[in-house]
Ligand binder design. Sequence first.
Ligand code: CDP
Length: 226
Amino acid sequence: MIIAIDGPAGSGKSTIAREVSRRFGFAKLDTGAMYRSVALTALRRKVDLADENAVAELAQSISITFGAECHGNVSVFVDGQDVSDAIRTPEVDRNVSAAAANAGVRRAMLVPQRLFAEGRDVVAEGRDIGSVVFPHAELKLFLTADPRERARRRVLQRHEGEAVDEGLLSAEIAQTLADIERRDALDSQRAAAPLVCPDDAVRIDSTSFTIEQIVDQIERLIEERR
Ligand code: CDP
């Protein structure tokens, strides 16, 4: 069985996919981590993200693999080197949409994404999972949340366990909100596999539900579709 979860930045896809993976034993595929890995490698090798051919070639030449879970996220490796933390910096946040808008990069990612799902139950999250990667997924979810709430969650996640001044926190939330809205616009308006809600997806607004409530709802949907 394949569960496809799509939605904008910070809508809770990773958290929900992780809980679904834990509760029902599905393998979790974080496709955003793959585009982040391409963007990071381009930045590190000083390949201009606007040079579509060069970035597509780079995407074809690297091997992206996943390892055990660490701090709630699966570890990610590029050619065997651990990039799990490096792909989650604000610099990669700002540059990832350019890599993801590149049709050649998307073609390069499609084969490993589909291979990952062969012969096992998978919960995959991203922007084009239900529309392009797994159009025949048994269950498609489109997760949304109020933009301000998404920005707040992202900032709290960044400072987990730290004491942060309220004023600084609200300034960071405002900046993150602007970044998220910019990235959503780029992801939704691009020509190659834009972020869309597939017609056959179940829309879930996570603003006012707990993680547990959402996963309970998904459990009912899984039972219906098995
Ligand atoms: O966690 P967050 O929602 O911030 O982002 P992510 O899921 O890690 O995805 C990072 C970026 O990768 C997105 O902003 C998209 O530009 C791109 N992406 C994509 O184009 N297609 C996917 N299936 C997954 C991510």
